[in-house]
Design a protein around this ligand. Sequence first.
Ligand code: SF4
Ligand code: SF4
Length: 155
Amino acid sequence: MDGITRRQWLFRVGSAALGSVVLSSCRPALSERRVDIPSNLADAYSPIGEIGCIACDNCMPCPYGIDIPSNLLFVDEARRKGYLPGEISDRDFAEKGKDFLSRYEAAIPDKAQSQKCIACGECLGSCPESIKIPERMSQITALTDVLRDLRCLES
Ligand code: SF4
Ligand code: SF4
């Protein structure tokens, strides 16, 4: 997002993808984050690389109810099947993002989604694949934040 703010980018992407729009703020679940997690994760969004969860469940249960493997597996499956959004400058970012978000919300209940992670660290060190779970949750949340903002542009 070189040289532009997130809102400027949203107008740019939203205008290109959705036509005439009105920017509103309807991002869910922000109030449930701990203060030491960046308040505007969308500004930190970058494409999510391969995660490699093997669904061993060693990191479970998360004391905050997050279904860790389901979140991670969903992202890698989305990449394999072609609906994981990439760079925000990609022409198909909004289109892929809409597909990604609708599938994500259908597959994982709100209470088990990445945005519920408060980075407590309980899961750190439990993963045989050395996945940095809180960082991955932040990445997924940064993506879904952007996509939810985009969805607001349509409403
Ligand atoms: S860091 Fe996040 S995912 Fe890991 S146990 Fe804590 S709340 Fe759950
Ligand atoms: S411990 Fe690691 S590999 Fe196993 S389910 Fe959790 S994130 Fe996936």
